[in-house]
Design a protein around this ligand. Sequence first.
Ligand SMILES: [Ca+2]
Ligand SMILES: [Ca+2]
Ligand SMILES: [Ca+2]
Ligand SMILES: [Ca+2]
Length: 393
Amino acid sequence: MNIYKKFISNYLILSLFAAIPVFGAFPKITPPETSRVIVTYDEDVSDSARDSVLGNLNSKRIKRLSRAIRADVLDGIPEKDIFKLKSDSRVVRVEKDAIAMIQARVSAQAVDTLPWGIDKIDAELVWPLGNQGDPIRVGVIDTGISSSHPDLIANIKGGINTINSRRGWNDDNGHGSHVAGIIAALKNGSGVVGAAPSSDLYAIKVLNSSGSGYVSDIIEGIDWAIMKNLQIINMSLGTTANLASFHDAVTRANNAGIIQVAAAGNDGAGVIYPAAYPEVIAVTASDQSDNIASWSSRGPEVDFVAPGVNIFSTYSGKRYATLSGTSMAAPHVVGSLALVLNSPIGTFDENGNGKWDFSEAVAKLKVGAVDLGTVGFDNLYGWGRIDIFDSLK
Ligand SMILES: [Ca+2]
Ligand SMILES: [Ca+2]
Ligand SMILES: [Ca+2]
Ligand SMILES: [Ca+2]
């Protein structure tokens, strides 16, 4: 996990999301008419005397105030009865009740901010076609996912903590929540929005609060994903160590039909594991101008490049943050795959089993990918930068 630590120290950029208050004239709102009246009595008028003043109007009483003032609140009484009450010597006044309002308004934008990465891969052009990734089941093998984030919670369908089974999967770091938001932050009119905003998320906590963990815990997480019949798993993590048991787990998941995606690494050198395994889609990181990030790992194992510089997404608790890394690039591919798996397979079904298998889904991504760098496949951009709209159209 050395790579991971290096990433944290070198590339983690955090900025808290703050709503910008809008100052200016509030629109003038005329309070609506009310049918309620407040009947106020002299201080020495007893409850029974109040009852006799009201007489049959007592049935219209909805509230009796006896502390600060002695008053009854009535609803829907005719004008002639108001006149009668006003003329009673025990009554001080009769007045129309009124409606008061909070003196503030929501000033944050009433839309989901479209992060540049989601815009770049054109996921937002796919949603209007009726595909938001529902009900594709996606596992996030990471630091957990925030269990209290309003921009994520509705999509989280389950989870596990393989570090300590007695603890939950809540994210005590922020990284896993950031990844989850790139895949499936809710299209709910606030915060951000992910590439497949209706897909189902599963929080598989295998890394601790400082963002590191044992490969054995990751393996347990992969096995849990197989057991839960998840369809795609995101691994925004890696190590230079090539463990046979790690490769075995990845192979088992592949045989179970799970499409696996991982971060290529952030040390600018060779692709790390599990991204380097042939059963896993390896993703490098690009910026807004489609240039590979200098720190992005690269090599012949690279499959695709996706946005990974200054990515704004959900974070721990209810926070939002801007992070950079191949960790952010991989979930752009995962969200895109959720849209692929939720679309008709048609002629891409090479083996004729009616479902999207690993090589078929990769072929679909290739169709729309924007070739960058040298013509055709290259070690920096793989088959190119994801454009999911072009892949699916
Ligand atoms: Ca776009
Ligand atoms: Ca949102
Ligand atoms: Ca197939
Ligand atoms: Ca190329």
